[in-house]
Design a protein around this ligand. Structure first.
Ligand SMILES: [Fe+2]
Ligand SMILES: [Fe+2]
Length: 341
């Protein structure tokens, strides 16, 4: 129920973030549109294409915030509600400024028909409640932040480098908010909800990898290493997962090894892949029926038992893919299709 005069504490982190956001507003009018592009014609086209998922993400974040805001109000979380109002405005400004950039570059974004995974990603973010949304938005913000950071660092004087530096400041606040909110909410979430968030993480990452593959020629034209990008992103997401306590229930997905036999047994029954904190995927063998303590410890350390599990080191794959002797085979369409679980 709406309150006429809710308590607002100026020392609350969300209120401090709110004031920071209010004090650091900017718009496309503040961008130096005469700054050099610093890109070859092919690279300018590549930027408009590689930027598309991020551009769509800005709009998605704006719309998602508008849906989460009433949920925060209904829960009586006034400080989070106030902060999210600035978040919404931030994403609106990013969306508008990038729209101006597309006009300056005189190229359209990639179409949904060419990269349909962008729409899948967008729809996945809209499922669930504010907790689901904030976890998805934290992952998306980490993606966007890494993307902008690369341009701000490599081309600080160029037009997009300058814009990236401005957007990065806003994205840092978004990250701080989502991280803090989730960390506070995590202790009250039952194991099924945490597992749902972990499943969402895996799904979003798989979708990002698929988008990355579709835009491979463009990332190459810009001199970006898509595999290294995803590898670094996974490492950052894992660090945040651990810090907010997403794995503190320790039931599934590579906990600290305190052990919960019933939960591990459920894992086997489900006969489907689960992600480990180490960044790998474990796929239970169909003939696996029980776990002994040693196997539980192995799983907790990210080592899957050869007898009962198949283990895929996704983090290592993302980091090292293309380096081994069978790289050519791995890049074949048949193998790529088989790997998209
Ligand atoms: Fe943004
Ligand atoms: Fe953001």
């Amino acid at each position: 129920m709406i309150q006429i005069m809710p308590k607002v504490d100026r020392q609350d982190l969300f209120i401090r973030l709110f004031h920071k956001a209010v004090g650091s507003q900017w718009s496309s009018d503040d961008v130096d549109w005469e700054a050099p592009l610093g890109l070859e014609p092919r690279q300018a086209v590549a930027l408009t294409r590689v930027l598309t998922p991020v551009y769509l993400g800005e709009q998605t974040a704006m719309l998602g915030a508008s849906a989460a805001l009433p949920q925060l109000a209904a829960a009586g979380q006034t400080s989070a509600q106030l902060y999210l109002a600035t978040f919404l405005m931030d994403e609106a400004r990013h969306f508008e400024a990038l729209t101006q950039l597309y006009q300056r570059l005189n190229h359209n974004p990639v179409s949904i028909r060419e990269v349909p995974e962008m729409l899948r990603y967008h729809h996945r973010l809209r499922q669930g409640d504010r907790i689901d949304w904030l976890w998805g938005i934290l992952i998306s913000d980490l993606f966007a932040r890494q993307f902008y950071f690369g341009f701000a660092k490599v081309q600080p004087a160029a037009l997009f480098g300058q814009m990236s530096a401005r957007i990065l400041v806003d994205e840092s606040r978004h990250q701080a908010f989502a991280h803090t909110y989730l960390k506070q909410a995590m202790p009250s979430l039952p194991p099924e909800r945490r597992q749902g968030l972990r499943d969402m993480q895996s799904e979003l990452l798989r979708t990002m990898e698929a988008i990355n593959q579709r835009l491979h020629d463009d990332t190459e034209a810009l001199g970006l290493d898509g595999h290294a990008f995803i590898g670094e992103l996974i490492a950052q997401i894992e660090a945040h997962s651990k810090s907010i306590g997403l794995y503190d229930d320790d039931a599934e997905g590579g906990g600290t090894g305190s052990g919960n036999h019933a939960a591990w047994a459920r894992l086997i029954e489900r006969k489907r892949a689960i992600s480990l904190r180490s960044g790998g995927l474990v796929w239970p063998r169909t003939d696996a029926v029980a776990l002994d303590p040693e196997e539980r410890e192995d799983l907790a350390r990210g080592k899957a038992s050869r007898r009962r599990y198949h283990y895929f080191d996704l983090h290592g794959l993302a980091r090292d893919c293309g380096q081994c002797v069978i790289a050519l085979l791995c890049r074949s369409r048949a193998v790529q299709a088989g790997c998209t679980i």
